[in-house]
Design a protein around this ligand. Sequence first.
Ligand code: ADP
Length: 486
Amino acid sequence: MSLIESGLFKPQLLIDGVWSAAEDGKIFSVENPATGEVIAQVADATPADAKRAIAAAARAQIAWAETSVLERSRLLRKWFDLVMHNQEELAKILTIEQGKPLAEARGEIAYGASYIEWFAEEAKRIYGDVIAPSENNTRILVIKQPVGVVATITPWNFPNAMLARKLAPALAAGCAVVAKPAAETPLSALALGQLAVDAGIPAGLINILPSSCAKEIGEAFTSNEQVRKISFTGSTAVGKQLITQCAADVKRISLELGGNAPFIVFEDADLDAAVAGAIASKFRNAGQTCVCANRFYVQQTIYDTFCEKLASAMKGFVIGNGLDKEINMGPLISNRAQQKAQALLDDAVSRGAKIAYQAKQDDSWQTGYFFPPTLLVNVPVDARLTCEEIFGPIAPIISFETEAQVIQFANSSEYGLAAYLYTRDANRIKRLSDQLQTGMLGVNTGLISNAMAPFGGVKQSGWGREGSRYGMDDYLNIKYLRESFS
Ligand code: ADP
């Protein structure tokens, strides 16, 4: 597919329902990480564009908050239908700018759309409360109201789904949005915006501002009093900066930040299921998801068997340009990502870890940012990659002896987003479910993401939850009414 020919190729800013150039006419390049080719020149939003978009959102939000929840629901449903109708084209755009294999890209489009579908339904279920009062002749009511204009900042690893799961609950709640996608992958966000226009979602409710100046746009969002909430998915370092910036006018903020997921395998586990779960959790998106297994803890008695089975399963990866049918692992997003993964690998090896398996580099990889799937054994607990997010296809395997020891290992992280546990012992499942410091736990499964479930973390992995009925709360204010009767 030529990107230019696609009706969903929109390399501009979407402000107040109109596609436009940046205020100063500047553009930036987007490249295909599998080939290094420039695939688009995209309008480069400035703080002045952000200001214009926020004003449009503030105007549109007033009428939207008055729109019946049934109408909001109908429009979201229409948008969902259009996204699924265009799944193939959206998936191709996603693969070209992000690198993931086409089958995974199709999966992401369906996953992102599932949030739109879910919140189309949840729009109808914004419940308040009636509370027993302390005195007669009074009534206490609790109502929920949209927070107003929401600004979103999203990353490049799931450029469709991370945005869809913010836009959908925001719109369902009656909010308007100004969105800044990652500069590496703006095209998926812009295509989603075009489909929102096609669905008849009123102008100004979804404004999309691709930009190479993340810091400046972030400041334009956080310093603007019309923006009442920030929803951010990205690194913990940037999340902390945004918290500080939001302090100025006590802006609400939701954060889905870094993770360092432990993947724990006990000797009583179904090892084949654990290996299948490890492949799914570790290597999806070439290891670039915030819930990727980052460190494997395998009980000593089954350590060698597990490593052999995992190495054998890893031989099934075919690495290359995600548009090619047989490919099941794409490149990393950038040269910087490649270098970081290599540095973490070198650090572990320098501390005594051994490379038990590594895919052979191929000449065709020269053009892109590929990284070979790598299995590391005898990894010491203090290697950097057990503390830092790897964001690459490296699986470090650490051995443990007792349950108490592995709980301590797993919890010895500043992060607490996802964790995985493989065991057939029901009592152990209960104990670890209670004790692991994590926002999400996969028990005998390597896949946890689901629009119906609350996605989010504890500790330095963030604040708030996305998806599920809890996901709506991030976009609603509570108002309490006390009524007195004679
Ligand atoms: P990563 O290192 O994985 O790209 P980041 O946290 O840097 O993670 O990026 C996530 C999102 O945050 C992207 O949209 C990026 O453009 C944006 N971003 C990066 N730095 C800032 C900043 N200082 N203020 C606001 N947004 C930022």
